[in-house]
Structures are given as C-alpha cells and as structure tokens.
Design a protein around this ligand. Structure first.
Ligand SMILES: *Cc1c(COP(=O)(O)O)cnc(C)c1O
Length: 406
C-alpha cells in the first residue's frame, strides 16, 4: 500500500488506524500452501495474530483452518463461519473444564500436559480422538539462533516423557491421531527444523492411529531490509520430502499441518498514526505520535523493529528521529530512524503491523483502541470501529449504598 493511498485512508477514517491489505494475506497464504512441493499441507491460521472476523473469513475462503489457543478464539472462529472440525485448539495451562467445552463443540484438542492427558483418558477413553503436543528440545548452535522447545519451556510434553504418554494411551485406550510441535522459534534452517521433525517421526512409531502431524509455525518475516527470512520454498521442499519419506516408513499417508500466524498477516498490516509534536531535546528529536504501546506493543515488548515512513512528506529531507508514543511510559517505536522531514500533523506509517498489533492492544491510559480497515480490490473498508469512551467504563459497576434503617 503506497504512501499517498495511506494518506487518503488516514483522512477518511482518522488515526490511529490499522490498515490491512487483503491481497497480501491471500498472496502469502498461497505462497505457503504451495511451498512444500508434492506434499499437500493444511494451514491452520493462528488467529491470535489478528482475529478480526473479516480477516478470518478471507482466510477461510482460501481454504485455511484455524489454530485457537483459547475457548474464546474457538468461538470467534465458529462465529466467522469455520466448522468445528476445521479448528485445532492448542491451549496451555487452561482448566480441564475448558478442554471439555472444546470437545463438546467438536474441535480437535491438542494436549500439552500429562495430567490433562490422564484426565482426558479417564473421561473420554477411545471416544474422542486427540492430539498431543511434544517438546522435542532441539537446540541449534552456531548462528541459527534457534532454540526449539528449550528445556525451560512451559509448552508441550517432553519427548523424554514419551513412555509416560504411551502408558496413559494403553491404560485409557486413548486415540492419539496427531502429534504436534510448535517451538515459537524462527525456522531459518531446514536441517535444524528437520531434526525436530525426526524426533516426532521416531515418536510416531508408538502411535499406530496417527492421521496428521502438526509442525506448528515459526515462519519468519522480514521486518527490516537485510533481515534473515525463512526461505519458504527451499525449506518447504526439504520438509515435504522428509515427510513423504516418513509416511512411507510409517505405512500410510498422514496429513501435514502448519499453524502460521505472523507469516500470513504481518506484512499486510500498517498502523497509521499522526504526529502530535516534534520535540527537540538535548539528545535527539522526538516525534510524538497519537499512539503508543497501547496499540502496538511489539517494539517495547520484544524490541521488534518496525519500519516507519512519513506518508505526508515522502520527498522531504531525510533526518534522524526517535519516534515515541503518547503513553506515560517509555514507549519508543524506534530510535535513530532516518525519516523524511517530519512536521506536526504529518501521518506516519508503521509497517509490518498486521500480526500481534491490534490483537495485543489495550486501553492503558484510558486510551481507545484504534479502528481497523481492510483494503479489498483497491478500496478501503472499515472492519472495526474505533472505540468510544463508553468502551472503557462499560463493565464498571457502581456501589449503591443501601440506606440504613434505624
Ligand atoms: C502463536 C502460535 C502460532 C503462530 O505463531 P507465528 O509465529 O505467529 O506464526 C502457531 N501455533 C501455536 C500453538 C501458537 O501458539
């Protein structure tokens, strides 16, 4: 989305506003879908990245399923038109009651804890097929910086507890139809990734009823020029081939699943903000914008880099700035950024804000969450209204003093 178009969007819908390019979401979905050579893959979109119903419908039209991490996300998916069987529910640390609720809805449950697996076995036995989340503990050295399911992770059942899993399976007659791993780390190197996959292939020998394997996500996207990204096609072909070899050995074809979040929606999104103040201090020039960590927390929370452009003055002289939010915290979007000369009132575009942007936003400082806009066929459509003050106190309850009877 070019800067003059974004200026128009800012004018029409006001700022701050999240703008998503639908075509980019579709392009990335199709790219990933076809990256695995002859091996077909099923993509379950991890909706925690961006859960606007219109975006969910876009991905559903492409053929995606969903990966939900809470029962509320399951309900959002159902509401958007996904069938229960198209949803995988991968919670961590939730109550057994919530898991039962998901079973009642008919979604596939992915269990990442032995105590829950035992309860599940006692309650459902062979009646409800289930998936288990394995932590393979692969640590890659060198420059790969991949720590796949490290030892301190709270996620998954350790691969070293495989024997305990099979004990529960035998005793409760559990029907394990899927093995899952999601490391949360970036996949950059196919060989490292395949090392993790191979541990799952070996584990598969203990589960004769498998129907799918789910390798989670970790598809890295570029946030700035020169960033290492996942070479999807290259990695995909290797993983596809390794999976086909595994299926041959296993004895029948399994489905290969992934759960991309960031890869599908990050690049599509831009957060548009307006410049409130240009403030020269002794150390830098601060650009103060009408947004902050309440709307996009990734720079502050993960030290994430988001490219920033001045839409209102694209040909201006490049100058060095620190772009900060209006929250009473040190909420810096970017230090020492070269941006074409910024004036008060200009509109800035904060790029790659589609994933974990709006979905992690909050109302700190009693600020309203921004509007969301989707660009479809070159036209901008409002897909979520900006909040109003009432949204901030809506659920408050006043204490009503009952008059004392004497
Ligand atoms: C968050 C999450 C994902 C998506 O991760 P991305 O880095 O956004 O692709 C996939 N699977 C599970 C279980 C998750 O928790």
């Amino acid at each position: 989305m070019n800067t003059s178009f974004l200026c128009e969007v800012a004018q029409t819908f006001g700022t701050p506003v999240y703008v998503y390019d639908e075509a980019k979401i579709v392009e990335n979905y199709q790219r990933l879908k076809h990256a695995f050579g002859k091996q077909d893959v099923k993509l379950h979109y991890a909706l925690k990245a961006l859960n606007n119903t219109t975006v969910l419908k876009t991905l559903r039209n492409q053929g995606a399923g969903l990966d939900a991490v809470s029962i509320e996300e399951v309900f959002l998916g159902l509401r958007a038109g996904f069938e229960a069987h198209e949803i995988m529910y991968t919670p961590n640390g939730v109550s057994f009651e919530e898991i039962c609720e998901a079973v009642d809805l008919g979604v596939m449950v992915n269990i990442d804890n032995l105590s829950i697996l035992e309860k599940f076995g006692a309650r459902y036995g062979a009646n409800v097929p289930v998936c288990v989340r394995i932590n393979p503990h692969i640590m890659a050295g060198g420059h790969a910086h991949i720590s796949v399911g490290h030892i301190d992770s709270k996620f998954g059942i350790s691969i070293h507890q495989l024997r305990h899993i099979t004990r529960l399976v035998t005793h409760y007659n559990l029907n394990i139809v899927g093995l899952h791993m999601h490391t949360g780390s970036d996949i950059i190197d196919a060989d490292v990734f395949i090392q993790g996959a191979e541990l799952l292939y070996q584990a598969a020998a203990s589960f004769p009823n498998l129907e799918f394997m789910d390798f989670g996500s970790g598809f890295k996207v570029a946030y700035k020029e020169g960033d290492i990204v996942t070479p999807i096609e290259q990695i995909g072909k290797k993983i596809g081939a390794s999976f086909q070899a595994f299926c041959k050995e296993y004895g029948h074809e399994l489905e290969l699943w992934f759960e991309p979040g960031k890869f599908l929606v990050s690049e599509s999104g831009t957060l548009l903000v307006s410049v409130n103040v240009v403030k020269q201090t002794t150390s830098t020039v601060f650009i103060g914008v009408n947004s902050g960590q309440n709307h996009l927390i990734r720079p502050m929370f993960y030290n994430a880099y988001h490219h920033i452009e001045n839409c209102s003055n694209t040909d201006g002289e490049q100058k060095l700035y620190s772009v900060v939010g209006y929250i009473c915290e040190t909420d810096t979007f970017g230090y020492d950024r070269l941006i074409s000369e910024v004036r008060e009132g200009d509109v800035l575009a904060i790029r790659n804000a589609g994933a974990y942007g709006f979905s992690m936003s909050n109302q700190y400082n009693a600020r309203l969450r921004p509007a969301e806009v989707l660009v479809r066929d070159g036209k901008a459509h409002l897909i979520r209204r900006r909040e109003t003050l009432e949204d901030i106190y809506r659920n408050e309850v006043e204490i009503v003093e009952v008059e004392q009877l004497v």
